[in-house]
Design a binder for this molecule. Structure first.
Ligand SMILES: Cc1ncc(C[n+]2csc(CCO)c2C)c(N)n1
Length: 221
């Protein structure tokens, strides 16, 4: 029987290809992405990362299995990769201050993505809540691996790419895939379906995260 993660990956294939080919990613690699757009992305991603950390902790609280619990706690503390440190450097270099963050509202797609993850936590199962986190690791790891060959002529973009191609991050991604496969083996058919849907929805919001940043999405009346 195919693993549940391979089924998820197949079902999200079109969305993932659209992410790989999104102008945000293409221009990041070419070095032509406007810095203002990257800045917008970083500010919105700050909200996402804060919530991502909270979600790891809340899901860990529901899990008894020591290895999975430990992995999620490490994730909530930003220990699974170099992401937190690099973001601090980016914020300093682009002079994104706490004050600026305080006056930047979370944009519609970032809000919807985060809401989807809390919805799975509150209304789904532990497995579906955990699955909603998987595209975040896996898609970024695949993007990192694809972009690393050419890199980017812009130092900041190059550092961004390297974060997601690192051996530590690849290891964390593989662990997360294994965790979801383990949940999938224990789940009923209905639960498996809920997990697959959670994965595809997160993949949808990942794609739209690039688009949101590319068009500088705002709430409009
Ligand atoms: C919208 C969005 N999706 C995924 C990531 C990547 N990411 C965020 S947290 C985490 C795991 C532990 O640090 C990873 C890989 C991102 N930055 N922003």
């Amino acid at each position: 029987m195919p693993t549940i993660t391979s089924i998820m990956r197949t079902q999200a294939e079109d969305l993932w290809n659209k992410s790989f080919n999104h102008p945000f990613i293409k221009e990041l690699s070419k070095g032509t992405l406007p810095m203002d757009t990257f800045r917008y992305y970083l500010k919105q991603d700050h909200y996402y990362l804060n919530n991502f950390s909270i979600l790891h902790k809340r899901i860990a609280d529901k899990i008894d299995e020591p290895q999975i619990k430990q992995f999620l706690i490490a994730g909530s503390e930003g220990l699974n990769d170099g992401e937190n440190e690099i973001r601090e450097t980016f914020f300093k270099e682009l002079t994104i201050t706490a004050e600026e963050m305080g006056t930047t509202p979370i944009a519609p797609n970032a809000y919807s993505y985060v809401s989807h993850m809390y919805h799975e936590l509150n209304e789904g199962t532990t497995a579906s809540a955990c699955t909603a986190l998987l595209p975040c690791y896996w898609l970024y790891n695949e993007i990192g691996k694809q972009l690393i060959a050419d890199g980017s002529p812009i130092e900041l973009y190059q550092q961004f790419i390297e974060t997601y191609d690192s051996p530590e991050f690849t290891e964390a991604t593989n662990q997360m895939i294994q965790i979801i496969d383990q949940f999938g083996e224990q789940a009923s058919d209905g639960e498996r379906q809920r997990m697959i849907t959670a994965f595809v929805r997160s993949s949808y919001y990942e794609l739209n995260f690039w688009e949101m940043a590319y068009v500088h999405e705002e709430w409009h009346n």
